[in-house]
Design a binder for this molecule. Structure first.
Ligand SMILES: *[C@@H]1O[C@H](CO)[C@@H](O)[C@H](O)[C@H]1NC(C)=O
Ligand SMILES: *[C@@H]1O[C@H](CO)[C@@H](O)[C@H](O)[C@H]1NC(C)=O
Length: 451
């Protein structure tokens, strides 16, 4: 059960102490190497494949960074080209702190945790205002933070760190998986932009698999998956939250669309690349009025034979009550793989068995994929100019992000619960209805205020 879970790690940022030597030694004594434990935020645009070396700045009076920060004079000293701001967790979301750090020109933000825990287990998510943040944000433990503060505040020394953003590599080929669900607007928008990358990578360069996150209905499980639930197929084995409340679409529509996309992916089996799937996803969106008519159009635009897709979908149901009650082989595989993976959020990108942290922005993700080639020859598209700072996002994008984050918060709450349950019991229990409270336990919010 936990086999795959152990193989998946989080793409990490290594924090190495550069100076002073005494601090370096203190960290080495603590961890047997000179790196601090950290967790990289799920927003921002980490410079994968490269490092940031810089001096650390901390100001006790503005340690929470919940309000705009008074600028530092780091431009005065030529040697400081990558200032790193150190702040403390609490009182406001991580993204707010990151924005304030970015506004005064910091190149990275390090947040000190405010409770005893392994920072690697904390997922800092975008609370809805993470658009336009490109600096990376990292969380370190309370005790490591106190150590840094000791040198900065009491000993008044200059502390320098090296943050390196790594993706492990093996050879001149990468594996990447995207975990998603078809109704997720964030992933829809991302795939519209990402077409130019995804469709161009050949199978020689990259193995790609799209995966779909599915829920199950607890109540249906108690009845042996024999009942019809409008948000599910297969008697409640595979479900999705209702995407539009009182609107016409149901969770079942979402699951069926997920299945369609799996079948489209299967059509690329003998191709040189995955462009067929990416072509469909480029036009796929859930903002259209008549989804059935639109789906037909999406298939036609991508040049996909809808009969083949329908056959694949039909054949994947076993039995003859399809799709209301019969089990489904393709969905079952997805469900089981997700369960073994032990991930607590989606959409998620896994590159060379490492979970990506950062924005769902095409250029940021391309950077992470390219870093996955390491020292080997990378595809040409990696060397084309893709600087993320130039990426602009309009007000409508921000509003959009706000809306979709409500959906995400719900999803994260569900998965956090699932993850907690996995820890406590040796069983996976997913509830379609879950409160938002658990979400706040992972991130930071006024509810968790500790000051
Ligand atoms: C969604 O798809 C429909 C049908 O192809 C299209 O008319 C519409 O412009 C698309 N909307 C967005 C936001 O891409
Ligand atoms: C990822 O894990 C699989 C086993 O699940 C293994 O076969 C593969 O070599 C790993 N890939 C990398 C790049 O480490």
């Amino acid at each position: 059960m936990y086999f795959l879970f152990l193989l998946i790690s989080v793409a990490f940022c290594k924090i190495l102490v550069y100076a002073p030597a005494e601090l370096k030694e203190a960290v080495r004594n603590r961890y047997s190497h000179s790196g601090l434990k950290s967790s990289l935020a799920n927003f921002g645009n980490p410079p994968y494949g490269s490092s940031i070396v810089g001096r650390v700045f901390y100001r006790e009076a503005e340690k929470l960074a919940c309000d705009a920060i008074t600028p530092f004079n780091w431009n005065d000293e030529e040697s400081i080209n990558s200032p790193i701001l150190l702040v403390e967790r609490g009182d406001c979301p991580f993204v707010v702190k990151a924005r304030h750090a970015q506004d005064i020109g910091a190149k990275a933000l390090i947040v000190i945790d405010n409770r005893e825990e392994n920072p690697e287990n904390v997922i800092m998510i975008d609370s809805g205002t993470g658009g336009n943040i490109y600096i990376p944000t990292l969380l370190i433990s309370e005790s490591d933070g106190n150590l840094l503060k000791l040198y900065l505040e009491e000993k008044k020394e200059a502390v320098s760190l090296m943050l390196s953003f790594e993706v492990p590599y093996r050879d001149g080929h990468i594996n990447y998986d995207i975990w998603m669900s078809s109704e997720n607007v964030k992933i829809q928008n991302f795939l519209h932009q990402f077409y130019n990358v995804g469709a161009k990578l050949t199978k020689k360069q990259a193995t790609f698999v799209p995966h779909y996150v599915l829920w199950y209905c607890d109540d249906c499980a108690n009845h042996g998956f024999t009942s019809d639930n409008s948000n599910c197929v297969s008697g409640g084995r595979y479900c999705a939250p209702d995407p539009d409340g009182n609107g016409p679409r149901t969770g079942r529509d979402v699951v069926i669309e997920n299945l369609r996309q799996i079948c489209i992916y299967k059509q690329t089996e003998n191709d040189q690349d995955y462009s067929l799937w990416f072509k469909y996803m480029k036009s796929y969106n859930t903002t259209c009025e008549d989804m059935e008519a639109c789906t037909e159009k999406f298939l036609k635009d991508a040049g996909i034979d809808h009969k083949k897709i329908k056959k694949c979908m039909d054949d994947s149901f076993i039995g003859n009550k399809r799709p209301i009650l019969d089990d489904n082989t393709l969905l079952r595989d997805e469900f089981n793989t997700w369960g073994k993976l032990g991930l607590s959020f989606y959409p998620a990108l896994i590159v060379n068995n490492f979970t990506y942290r950062g924005d769902w922005e095409s250029s940021a993700i391309l950077k992470a994929l390219c870093a996955g080639y390491g020292a080997y020859q990378e595809p040409d598209l990696c060397s084309q100019d893709q600087s993320p700072e130039k990426a602009e996002s309009s007000n409508s994008t921000i509003i959009f992000i706000l809306i979709l984050s409500f959906a995400l918060i719900g999803a994260i709450a569900v998965f956090y619960r699932m993850w907690m349950n996995r820890e406590m019991k040796e069983e996976m229990r997913v509830q379609v209805n879950s409160t938002v409270n658990q979400y706040f336990a992972m991130s930071d919010s006024p509810r968790n205020r500790r000051s």
